[in-house]
Write a protein that binds this ligand. Sequence first.
Ligand code: SF4
Length: 326
Amino acid sequence: MAILDLPKPAAQLYERVSRVIPPFEWPAFEADIEAILELKRERDAIILAHNYQSPEIFHCVADVVGDSLALAREAAKGDARVIVMAGVHFMAETAKLLNPSKTVVIPDADAGCSLAESIAPEDIRLLREAYPGAPVVTYVNTSAAVKAASDICCTSANAVRVVESLGVPRVVMTPDEYLAKNVAAQTKVEIVAWRGRCEVHEQFTAADIRELREAYPGAVVLAHPECPPEVVAEADFAGSTADMIGYVGAKRPARVALVTECSMSDNVSVHYPDVEFVRPCALCPHMKRITLGKIRHALETMEGEVTIDPSIAAPARRAVERMLAL
Ligand code: SF4
C-alpha cells in the first residue's frame, strides 16, 4: 500500500508504516513529521522512542528505538545536545541521569507509570529495616529518588542476571510484584517482592491465553514478565520487549501473539510481513500521552525539560550505572 503522489521523504516514510497506518490516516501525521525532522536538525536533537510508542512516532521520527534497557544504554552515547524522550517520565529521568550535561525533554510531563507511582523512597527505607542486609534491586520503572535509595537497578531484560550478580541468598526486589515472582521462578536467590503492578500487564489472565490458543490455533504466545506468573506459565516464552523481538526475528513463527502493550505488535510487524500477529491488546494510557503534536511542541518551545536534584542524581546514577556495567 502506498500513496504515490506524496513528495519524498514523506512517501518513503509512509512506505515503512503502510502495513499499520491506513492511507486515510497518514495526512494527519505528515505535517508534524516533516516539522519534527527539521526541528531535530535545528536543535541538534535526537528522539528516543520506547517499543510501546505509536508507529508514526516509532518508525517515522525516532532515532533510537527499544526497550528501557536499550534506551538507557543509547542515552549514554552520542553527542546530540538535546534528547527528546518519547516514552514515560522515568525513562526521561534515566536519560538525564546518564547525560547530566544534555538537555532532556519529555513531550508530556504527565506521562507516568503505575509501577513508578507504587513506591516512594520511604518505602525502600522501611524494606531495609525489615530485611537488614538484603540488597535492594529496583526496576528502572521508578523515580530517580527511588533509584537513589536502591543498590542497583534492573530491567525486565536483565533482572535475573542482576539478582544473581549480587552473590547473596536474599534480595529485595521493587516495585513490580509480578516481575519479582517471575524472576524468583528462575533463580535460587530468595526474592522479597513489593506490591506494585503494571496496570497494562496485570490485565492479562491465564484464561485469556487459553482462549487465544483456541481462537488462533498454532499461535506462539510470548508474554512480558510484568504479566502475572500464571500468564507467564501459559506462554511459550517470557521476556522483555527486546527479547520478544529477538524471538520473532530468530524463529519466524507463522503466527505469534505478543502479550503486552498494543503498539508493540504494530511496530514489530512492520519488519516481519511473513509473520501473522495476533493482537491480545492492552493500551498503556501513559505511553499514549506522547503524540507527534506534543513532540513537535517540545522541540519548538523546549518545554518539558527534565531536571533532577543533584543530591538524588548522584546515587540514582550509581544504581543505573552499576546495572549497565553488567
Ligand atoms: S506499560 Fe506498564 S510499566 Fe510500562 S509505562 Fe505503562 S504502566 Fe508503566
